[in-house]
Each structure stands twice: as structure tokens, then as C-alpha cells.
Design a protein around this ligand. Structure first.
Ligand code: SAM
Length: 275
């Protein structure tokens, strides 16, 4: 099977035609199972990219940054706050129930308080226990859950689900999946738990090309890609309000009042055909 070298590790190309071996390596070595895991280069150098590695990365961040914005890994406070501003311009959270996925150290809750916006009930979930610990200490009224959003089964749904900065982390959750397929899994799961809508932010095309070239672990998307995928949905997409981040609010129901969901299997089949 042909191999490529990624970060110094040899990786068998999935789906590639087998090539007859011409060397005389011992049978056990020839049949040894290849390690196809992706290895981190920037965020978790040398480590396998797994949900646990992601949690470890953000635990280390928050151990240092504590309540400061850099626990959340934005380049500047403006990047982080521009997402929050976009949301409150589009939807009034007063009296609504809120689930903040990938809540980090909870600065979104601080922002809402400063603006005098009071959701009826707030829940935070983050895969990094250290981030959630800060949320518990600073915002005792928020129900704080340390878990992977893709594994935790919520007992209820929420008016609004927010996911700021979660899409860029998808390579750690779905290392084998196409990045579009991974994004749709995130959106679909959030739509399933929302009654009014879902806010999602992602790193955009301004850093996409260099990121691809450098093999950076964060995942990037073009705003145009999202518009295509959301055909049929009701949504508001930010004009790219700063160099790197785009934010989108997707309404749970389409114009005919039906819940908007993705047919993930069909989309995966189409993505496979396009490979
Ligand atoms: C870039 S930070 C953003 C934090 C905060 N939402 C903000 O905008 O400042 C991304 C956060 O999402 C969390 N995260 C990523 N994938 C997650 C998942 N599948 N389940 C729960 N948390 C996740 C990370 O641990 C991290 O704290």
C-alpha cells in the first residue's frame, strides 16, 4: 500500500490500490497493522490527535491563563468578542434557555451579564475539565458539564445552542473524516438539541490555504461552503467581520416550519464520490 509521510510518520493511503511487495521483509513486518492515526504538529506535537489530546491542550491553556481570554486560544480579544456581538445582534437571549458548547472558561457568560442579558437558564459543556472548573467557580448559576459534546446525551433541548470556536477543533474529534463531513456532524447535532437556532463560528478562508500547506491541526472552512451546505435553511452569516473568524446563526426551522437537518449518510456518499 502506498505511503505518505506526515509529520515524519508514515501513513498508508486509505483506499489506494495494493502494490505487490518486492522486498524480502519478514512476513510479520509485512502484515503488521499500520498506524494510520494523525499526529499533532502544532497544538500537541508528536501526540496522536484524539479528543483526549484536545482536552489536554485546553487544560494546559487554562492552567496558565485561568480567567483570561487566552485560555480560549483566540489571537486577540476582538476575535472572541466579535462572535458574541454577532449573536446578540441576531437573537435576544433574554428569557431563553442556552447551551454553550465548547464554552471554554466561560467568558461568553461574563459578556452576557455585562450587557444585562439574562437567559432563563444556561448550560455549558466543554471537553476540558480545567475550563469547566473555572466556569463552575465564576458562574455558579450555570450548569457546567465536562464532556465531549458528541458523546454526552442531553435530557432536554435548548432554545439556542452556541458553538464558538468548536468547529476549528473537529480534526481532533474526527481525525479520519473529511472536514465538511465533520462540520455537518457538529451542525446536525446542535440543530437536534435546539428549538430556535444554533450559532457557530469557524476559522475562514483567510487562513485556509496556509493552514492546508502547513498541515495545521485547526480546521478551516470557506463561508461560501457553508452557504452551499445550508441551502434550504434560514440563516444569517456574518460578513467576515475580522481576518480569521466568520459566525453564522442557523434557525432550527426552515421557511416552511420544518426542522432543518442534514442527511449525513447521503452527504458522506457524495463526498466519497468526489474524492
Ligand atoms: C477555541 S476555544 C473557544 C472557547 C469559547 N467558546 C470562546 O469562544 O472563547 C474551543 C473550546 O471548545 C472546546 N471543545 C472543542 N471540541 C469540543 C467537543 N467536541 N466537546 C466539548 N468541548 C469541545 C475546547 O475544549 C475549547 O475549550
Amino acid at each position: 500500500m502506498p505511503e505518505i509521510s506526515l509529520n515524519g510518520k508514515d501513513i498508508a493511503l486509505q483506499g489506494a490500490a495494493p502494490v505487490a511487495s518486492t522486498n524480502s521483509a519478514p512476513a510479520a513486518a509485512v502484515h503488521a497493522k499500520k498506524d494510520t492515526a494523525l499526529y499533532g504538529k502544532y497544538l500537541v506535537p508528536g501526540e496522536k490527535m484524539t479528543p483526549e489530546a484536545l482536552a489536554g491542550y485546553y487544560n494546559r491553556n487554562v492552567e496558565e491563563a485561568k480567567e483570561a481570554y487566552d485560555a480560549n486560544d483566540w489571537e486577540s480579544p476582538e476575535q472572541m468578542y466579535s462572535q458574541f456581538e454577532f449573536l446578540v445582534e441576531h437573537i435576544d437571549l433574554t428569557g431563553k434557555t442556552l447551551l454553550d458548547v465548547g464554552a471554554g472558561n466561560g467568558l461568553f457568560f461574563e459578556f452576557l451579564t455585562q450587557r444585562g442579558i439574562e437567559p432563563e437558564e444556561s448550560t455549558a459543556i466543554d471537553i476540558a475539565e480545567g475550563q469547566i472548573e473555572i466556569v463552575r467557580q465564576r458562574f455558579p448559576d450555570v450548569t457546567a458539564i465536562a464532556a465531549d459534546f458528541f458523546k454526552y446525551e442531553f435530557e432536554e433541548s435548548y432554545d439556542v445552542v452556541t458553538m464558538f470556536g468548536v468547529a476549528p477543533c473537529l480534526k481532533f474529534i474526527f481525525p479520519e473524516k473529511d472536514r465538511i463531513s465533520a462540520l455537518l456532524r457538529l451542525l446536525d447535532r446542535a440543530l437536534k438539541y435546539s428549538r430556535v437556532g444554533v450559532a457557530v463560528s469557524f476559522l475562514n478562508h483567510n487562513c485556509y490555504l496556509s493552514a492546508e500547506e502547513e498541515g495545521y491541526e485547526y480546521v478551516y472552512h470557506y463561508p461560501e461552503e457553508l452557504c452551499t451546505l445550508l441551502s434550504g435553511a434560514r440563516y444569517d452569516l456574518s460578513t467576515v467581520h475580522n481576518d480569521l473568524v466568520t459566525t453564522c446563526f442557523i434557525y432550527t426551522h426552515d421557511a416552511t416550519g420544518q426542522p432543518f437537518r442534514f442527511d449525513l449518510n447521503r452527504i458522506d456518499s457524495m463526498l466519497n464520490l468526489l474524492k
